[in-house]
Ligand binder design. Structure first.
Ligand code: ADP
Ligand code: MG
Length: 236
């Protein structure tokens, strides 16, 4: 059985792509067969985070009906399988022939886990990823606006029938948080499954085009991403 997990947040810039990429690598390191898919259709970033050079076939080509979804799968040096969007591809909704949910059926039975990097907000694009996913993991920061957006995202995900197993608080450095982890947990009414510290190594890795879990495996953030993958894996 293939499980689909969306990484969503509401607010932009909370760390969805960073989380999706690193969680996927950490799951892959645990021996899971994982595909990371860029469900941020209008502003895709996975290829940037993974330093993928121009690839011949992207998710956008699949959405245009030019290729099967399995033909847009690439291998990162970490061993992770990735379906990127085209960075330079100004994909326009009018060009779309296929809906994401229907395309994802093409991955069913082909892998253990599909991790979807969702678009920001709770508009149609983000909802497409959430609707298609068994679970939605919410990434928030400790400020009120990202918490408010996280709360909305939890509501719409649950209304859509996607289970919210917990919250990831990102950029959560003890002495630099607007609200404490306890307060965040009680505001959102969900358990916190990871607190990822603010870590300069994340920005460094992004400029190298590799996930921090791969480039700096002993950094503070990489350790937390691996701990999270282990927790979710053990609970399964
Ligand atoms: P989103 O996908 O939610 O828009 P990103 O994952 O692209 O957010 O992260 C936004 C920016 O914040 C990136 O420049 C990324 O390198 C940086 N970032 C994300 N998480 C952390 C962290 N824990 N520590 C430091 N920088 C981070
Ligand atoms: Mg992103």
């Amino acid at each position: 059985m293939t499980k689909f997990i969306a990484i969503a947040s509401g607010k932009g810039g909370t760390g969805k792509t960073t989380t999706a990429v690193n969680l996927a690598v950490a799951f892959n390191d645990l021996g899971k067969d994982v595909i990371l898919l860029d469900a941020n259709i209008t502003t895709p970033h996975i290829a940037l985070h993974l330093g993928l050079p121009e690839v011949p076939t992207t998710l956008h080509d699949v959405m245009r009906g030019r290729a099967h979804i399995t033909e847009a799968t690439y291998l990162h040096p970490s061993g992770l399988k990735v379906i990127p969007g085209g960075i330079d591809d100004l994909f326009d909704a009018g060009e779309r022939r296929n809906e994401l949910g229907a395309l994802l059926l093409g991955l069913y039975g082909k892998t253990d886990l599909v991790i979807l990097d969702a678009a920001a907000g709770i508009g149609a694009e983000a909802m497409e990823a959430i609707n298609a996913s068994d679970e939605t993991i919410i990434v928030t920061n400790s400020d009120l606006s990202s918490l408010s957006d996280a709360l909305r995202t939890i509501r719409v995900a649950e209304e859509a029938g996607s289970v919210v197993p917990g919250i990831i608080v990102n950029k959560a450095s003890k002495n630099n948080m607007d609200l404490s982890l306890e307060d965040i947990q009680s505001i959102l009414g969900k358990r916190i499954i990871a607190a990822i510290p603010e870590d300069l190594k994340i920005r460094k890795s992004l400029s190298l085009g590799h996930p921090v879990v791969y480039t700096y495996p002993s950094s503070s953030s990489a350790k937390e991403f691996r701990k999270l993958a282990k927790l979710l894996n053990d609970e399964e």
